[in-house]
Design a protein around this ligand. Structure first.
Ligand SMILES: [Zn+2]
Ligand SMILES: [Zn+2]
Length: 910
């Protein structure tokens, strides 16, 4: 047995212990038929990622689950890895090259991708190193990357399977285009934000109208530049204002194109003037209208959102520049009516925040409806359960209205689309995009329609299977990053190969993630798991809240309110960080964080350390071999002994329940309450005089050892450090607390009656101690107390424990029974009982009265100040919420203290 150092220094301990765990391969798990499997796949952080509090919360939760399940006897596997993060990483490397004045276009595709790999070698595992500092027990030997050979094979395999099934098609479609990143974005990647724009009212003359008999339609638009691509005017057939327009033709201003008028119930009669300009190539609603009415699609923009050659004199202008120019031209021609401010939601690129340009473009899509059906079913049937349950509805709503998924991206970093085009076939008139030959252009391909000259293949084909030509080119696009991450729960275990790991560990136990990626990721994983594995990817989905600052604002670099987890680890230690953040995170709610919150974890670590030091320095090593159950049956135990055992097992049972239901904060708080307030503050306190006796020895040792195991998933390092120094019995010869078992709940040691009795004793002792404190009675001064209690069983119970009460409350004489209140006695009420302490001879009444009155005066002064401040509107609006809250708390506290003082004054007067 080695003695513990005086103070706990997490930095001395944490790195050393983590290294040992890793070296001894404790995180590694192989399939073991003798055990039940439990696995988690980590939400792979981006290789561009830097550790933030969201990661700290997310990984701590997963680590708790993995350590808990391992201790429960499961073969626990936590699969780690990183995501190549297509657009994000490409942007980072582009910015880096830009500093040296290099553009990716100048480098060319191959060299640029080489640069990204180099960047990844250098920086891509930063996030992994940072995750390790959180103590997570990931199986690092299995770490995967979404662009690994195996995972890339899985991606290609899936693409081909879906294409063969007719679930992947290429189509001209209106998509969200980021002119900055120059790529398509999925609907989920285009984030809607309110923007202060303008609504422009423009006259579109009706053909044949003259200066004398002017006839026109007024159109309201937020994007006049898209006029260049107008092909029709649409009105609602119910709209009486436009009945006269049947068979008329309208002239597009500036361009002078003739536009027909279509009637469609899709048109919103209440927006603008109720007449819509139709630009199928640049607006999703217009696109639908275009398909329905067989309209032409005129794309007027280049990839960078400048006007293209179909824009005539505006060619080359940026979209916003063109907007100004067109408005000017309309004014000159007298066709401009007015403009008014207009606030509306506009999509923005989730990566670079550039305003998205809806635009017609040939892209690859996955048909989602057929995949969604099964994924809706498993959630409805409860095979996949969401915690908290309210996310079930969010998931189902989205799935029932799911749209096809645009999976092609016009970037270079990612999985190249496994599609090859035969130049000969295409030159011979075969269309690359099925829609070109479809009636109502732009319609998605019919199931099973595979255009000639388009070859979908794992490897580059030597020649075209149709015409035999060797002039073959691969599609230049790459796949959406999520097209690899949706396979993560099985591709990481080796799919499409049928590996023993895949057989054993799939489906996984739980997925722990943030709400932002339910659609991006969680829903798609369920679809992929069912489609390719024929089984759900995970049984439970735990959605945790967002980490915010103490005022509820999301942490962001630009606001300067970020709390860096690595800083907190340096200051307080990893265990403190983990315990603090878990104990304040209620299920499904956001976390409000300030630096001071981490003191809770640090203080708790110190408390445990000090208690363990005390126990270890008083422990005789040969006592630890006693079996607790045998001991419990054989020994005559005191109330505090029976109580602490009961409280331990009640807590243990509750913690297990909480962890099974993802109520981590409740588990953490129960452990905290038990260890700090019950075990340390009361039980250890009761043993100060009996510590040499066998029963104190056994119980102190057993409860400490088992409490460490119960706490281990939350605070892995300090529990290991202390556990390693405990004297160990033969059956606990294990190498690490990590590998011990979760303590078994001993129901026979749990007793509600015993807990209630001890609770009563604690309240009585506390009442007497409070009286001593309030009346400033020196701890060394002898003091008597009277407990006025009439219930016979209470009298007996207290008398049975009278020595304990006297010792703990430090009173020399203690009377228990039906007693009247003596003159000049301090009083305290405990349930149906009253506690009296006669003050005669203990205090100088005159002096005490003066002291209390002076104190009362001081408090009244402070109260006045606080009340004034809390009414001051200026203070309330300027001061940080935390400060205001503290003042409010202080006020409430003060009011209570003043109330008590008043009572005390009354007692002396009586
Ligand atoms: Zn962008
Ligand atoms: Zn061909």
């Amino acid at each position: 047995m080695t003695e513990l150092p005086k103070a706990y220094d997490p930095h001395d301990v944490e790195d050393r212990i983590y290294k040992t765990w890793e070296e001894k391969r404790f995180f590694h798990a192989d399939p073991d038929p003798a055990k039940k499997p439990y696995s988690i796949v980590i939400p792979p952080p981006n290789i561009t990622g830097i550790l933030h509090m969201g990661h700290a919360l997310n990984t701590t939760i997963q680590d708790i689950l993995i350590r808990f399940k391992r201790m429960q006897g499961f073969q626990a596997e936590w699969m780690p890895g990183t995501d190549h993060a297509g657009i994000a990483t490409q942007n980072v490397v582009e910015r880096k090259l830009a500093k040296d004045g290099i553009k990716r276009q100048e480098l060319g595709r191959e060299k640029f991708v080489g640069e990204v790999w180099k960047w990844r070698e250098e920086y891509g595992s930063t996030i992994i190193r940072q995750l390790k500092s959180l103590g997570c027990a990931c199986d690092w030997e299995r770490i995967r990357f979404t662009m690994d050979e195996g995972l890339s094979d899985a991606v290609v395999d899936v693409f081909i399977r879906l294409y063969e099934k007719g679930l992947i098609y290429r189509s001209n479609y209106i998509i969200n285009w980021c002119p900055r990143c120059q790529t398509a974005l999925s609907d989920e990647e285009s984030q809607h934000r309110d923007v202060d724009g303008m609504l422009y009212y423009v006259k579109y003359p009706v053909k044949g109208s003259t200066k004398l008999k002017e006839e026109h339609i007024t159109i309201a638009t937020t994007r006049p530049e898209t006029m260049l691509g107008d092909v029709a005017i649409a009105v609602n057939p119910k709209d009486k204002r436009y009945r006269g327009l049947k068979d008329k033709v309208v002239i597009l201003p500036i361009v002078n194109r003739e536009l027909k008028v279509v009637f469609d119930p899709l048109v919103d009669m209440k927006f603008g003037t109720g007449a819509l300009k139709v630009t199928p190539a640049h607006d999703p609603v217009d696109f639908e209208l275009g398909l329905k009415h067989g309209l032409e699609q005129i794309n007027v923009m280049n990839d960078d959102a400048t006007v293209n050659s179909s824009g005539g004199e505006y060619e080359g202008m940026d979209r916003f520049e063109a907007r100004e120019a067109i408005v000017e031209a309309l004014k000159e021609r007298g066709l401009f009516i007015k403009s008014e401010p207009h606030r509306h939601a506009v999509g923005h690129c989730y990566r670079c925040h550039t305003m998205v340009e809806p635009r017609l473009s040939p892209q690859w899509f996955v048909k989602m409806k057929p995949l969604a059906e099964a994924a809706i079913d498993v959630v409805k049937k409860g095979k996949v359960t969401f915690y908290p349950s309210r996310w079930t509805k969010v998931y189902l709503d989205w799935m029932e209205n799911i749209r096809d998924w645009c999976i092609s991206r016009q970037i270079w970093w990612g999985h190249r689309i496994p599609v090859y085009y035969c130049k000969q076939c295409l030159a011979a008139g075969q269309s690359l995009v099925a829609s070109d030959s479809c009636p109502g252009k732009g319609k998605p391909l019919a199931t099973g329609h595979k255009p000639l000259g388009v070859i979908v293949s794992k490897t580059r084909p030597e020649k075209c299977p149709t015409c035999g030509s060797a002039e073959i080119e691969q599609d230049p696009d790459v796949l959406d990053t999520w097209f690899s991450s949706w396979l993560w729960p099985f591709s990481t275990f080796g799919w499409p190969k049928d590996t023993p790991e895949l057989k054993y560990f799939y489906p996984t136990g739980a997925l722990v993630t943030a709400q932002e990626i339910i659609f991006f990721w969680v829903a798609r994983m369920i679809m992929a798991g069912l489609e390719f594995m024929g089984d759900i990817p995970f049984r439970h989905v735990y959605i945790h809240g967002t980490v915010r600052d103490i005022t509820g604002t999301k942490m962001s670099k630009s606001l300067g309110n970020v709390i860096d987890p690595l800083d907190m680890i340096r200051k307080y230690g990893t265990d403190a960080l983990r315990f603090s953040i878990i104990s304040i995170t209620a299920q499904g709610q956001d976390v409000f964080l300030s630096e001071s919150k981490f003191e809770l974890g640090r203080n708790f670590a110190n408390k445990i350390w000090n208690a363990s030091r005390f126990i270890l320095s008083n422990l005789k090593a040969d006592e630890v071999n006693t079996d607790l159950c045998v001991f419990f049956k054989g020994a005559r135990l005191t109330l505090p002994e029976r109580w602490v055992l009961s409280r331990f097992y009640s807590t243990l049972s509750y913690v297990g329940e909480c962890l099974d239901q993802y109520r981590f904060n409740e588990a953490a708080n129960a452990i905290y309450e038990f260890i700090w307030h019950e075990f340390c503050d009361w039980y250890i306190e009761t043993t100060k005089t009996t510590i040499g006796q066998a029963s104190s020895q056994v119980i102190l040792y057993k409860i400490l050892e088992k409490s460490l195991r119960m706490l281990h998933p939350f605070m892995p390092f300090i529990t290991e450090e202390i556990w390693q120094r405990l004297p160990r019995s033969k059956d606990q010869a294990g190498e690490s607390i990590m590998l011990t078992s979760w303590p078994h709940v001993q129901k026979e040691m749990m007793s509600k009656k015993c807990e209630a009795e001890m609770q009563e004793i604690i309240q009585l002792v506390t009442a007497i101690r409070n009286i001593r404190a309030v009346w400033n009675i020196d701890p060394k001064t002898d003091m008597d107390a009277i407990i006025n209690v009439s219930d016979r069983s209470d009298v007996k119970m207290i008398n049975d424990n009278i020595d304990l009460v006297k010792r703990m409350a430090r009173v020399s004489g203690l009377k228990v029974g039906a007693h009247a209140k003596p003159k000049s006695a301090a009083t305290s009420v405990v349930g149906a009982m009253e506690v009296y302490v006669p003050l005669e001879g203990l205090i100088d009444f005159q002096k005490e009265k003066a002291r209390l009155e002076k104190e009362m005066g001081r408090m009244a002064q402070e109260m006045k100040g606080l009340t004034g401040r809390l009414k001051d509107k200026h203070f309330l609006s300027k001061a940080p919420e935390e400060v205001v809250e503290k003042q409010r708390q202080r006020k409430a506290e003060l009011a209570m203290q003043m109330e008590k003082l008043k009572e005390n004054l009354k007692e002396i007067a009586a």
